[in-house]
Design a protein around this ligand. Structure first.
Ligand SMILES: [Zn+2]
Length: 401
């Protein structure tokens, strides 16, 4: 039986020297070897350029993509009505947009964002969908629908996310439960925005109770403001260990980590490793960021995320993880070749570990999720951050154009 796809002259990251061949069959990497001569239905000549795992986006608010214009209009409407538009915070303005939520326009925006993901070889996305008393189930339903529509091209992990809190938004917890019934994959959370420590703890406890009841992974936005006194990562770690949820939990954002006192940071670093909790950082969307390099050196599974595409919080974004890594290189001052290799890990193999994606590495027997780049090094890949010349998902060539 012929193989499905044969990639010739592929320069692998680990091999370091000579290009090799990769045989793909039935969705899996069947062989990595020089001069594979078996017959193949399709041959891709990499021309000695870099061939790696495809890209993973650890964090994207997928229901809100391309809502910036609507947020602007909503704010303008508030000004016209003489209300407190000028004093509204970004979260409140974004929440107001949810009153206009309709599946028809949300799904169109999601498709635009996911088409870009395919183009840029971004085959796995952890997608947050606001699930609360304003968005109700409209956003999460649209994201679930898109997950099914794109399932051969992208693995969309749908996070049911109570963006406006649990105590602050009574009724949100019920909507999270309903979203899990509808098929959401991951339980979200944002305990740091609650008003008191008791309510933050209660938020963590309630979301974990749902995760246990529905046997789901957990992904929460934690300590995400410029306040070194925030302690919700610690609450999450404690709960993870208490319930035996190690390896199934991811910390998102955690900007306050940049301001923790050093001894406290060291404790959190140790506990994240001990509880096998991953962390996703999006340094391009805010003034502070988690201590990515230190966490990586300590052996914590770290990933990068796009976070936003043209919404109330960030006006850019193309679902291009090479572009995200390029921005991160500047913002985190990671510009040596060694550090650029680390950044490449944070959007591929390390991201897989952070999100619990199994058998992801480019190795024989693993699922074939592969990009063929037009350049021969990770430095040039970040430098140009151009779309791959070929994208393979689960052994199928999904390259656009
Ligand atoms: Zn976010």
């Amino acid at each position: 039986m012929a193989i499905d796809i044969l990639i010739k002259n592929a320069l692998l990251r680990k091999s370091g020297e000579k290009p090799t061949d990769i045989a793909i069959k039935n969705g899996l990497i069947k062989e990595i070897q020089n001069n594979i001569s078996e017959e193949a239905s399709e041959v891709i000549d990499a021309g000695g350029n870099l061939v790696t795992e495809s890209f993973i986006n650890g964090h994207l608010h997928l229901d809100k993509v391309y809502t910036l214009e609507k947020v602007g209009m909503a704010a303008l409407d508030s000004y016209k009505a003489g209300s407190m538009g000028g004093a509204m915070t970004a979260i409140e303005q974004a929440a107001k947009v949810k009153e206009q939520y309709e599946e028809s326009w949300i799904i169109d925006n999601i498709r635009t964002a996911l088409d870009l993901a395919v183009k840029f070889g971004n085959t796995h996305i952890r997608a947050f969908a606001d699930t609360d008393t304003k968005a109700k189930l409209v956003g999460v339903k649209a994201v679930i629908k898109a997950r099914e529509e794109y399932k051969d091209r992208i693995d969309v992990q749908v996070v049911a996310f109570p963006q406006d809190g649990i105590a602050r938004d009574p009724g949100a917890e019920d909507y999270i439960r309903k979203a899990l019934e509808l098929g959401a994959d991951v339980v979200g959370g944002i305990p740091w925005i609650e008003y008191t420590e008791e309510e933050m703890q209660d938020h963590v406890d309630k979301m974990f109770a749902l995760a246990v009841e529905y046997d789901k992974d957990v992904s929460m936005l934690l300590d995400d403001a410029g306040d070194p006194g925030l302690r919700t990562i610690e609450m999450l770690i404690k709960k993870t260990i208490e319930l035996g949820w190690e390896g199934r939990v991811t910390v998102q954002h955690a900007r306050a980590m940049a301001m923790y006192p050093e001894p406290y940071y060291k404790k959190i670093e140790y506990l994240l490793k001990k509880a096998n909790i991953g962390l996703v950082s999006d340094p391009q969307t805010g003034p502070l960021h988690a201590r990515v390099r230190d966490l990586y050196d300590a052996g914590v599974s770290v990933a990068l995320g796009q976070d936003d595409i043209s919404d109330a919080y960030y006006p850019f974004g193309r679902n291009n993880m090479l572009e995200v890594a390029f921005l991160a290189a500047h913002l985190m001052w990671m510009t040596t070749f060694e550090e650029i290799d680390i950044l490449y890990d944070l959007i591929t193999t390390n991201a897989a570990k952070a999100l619990g994606i199994k058998n992801f590495e480019l190795a024989v027997g693993n699922e074939a999720n592969i990009v063929v780049l037009g350049v021969e090094s990770t430095v040039k890949a970040l430098w140009s951050h151009e779309a791959p010349v070929a994208v393979i998902k689960k052994g199928k060539n999904i390259t656009v154009g």
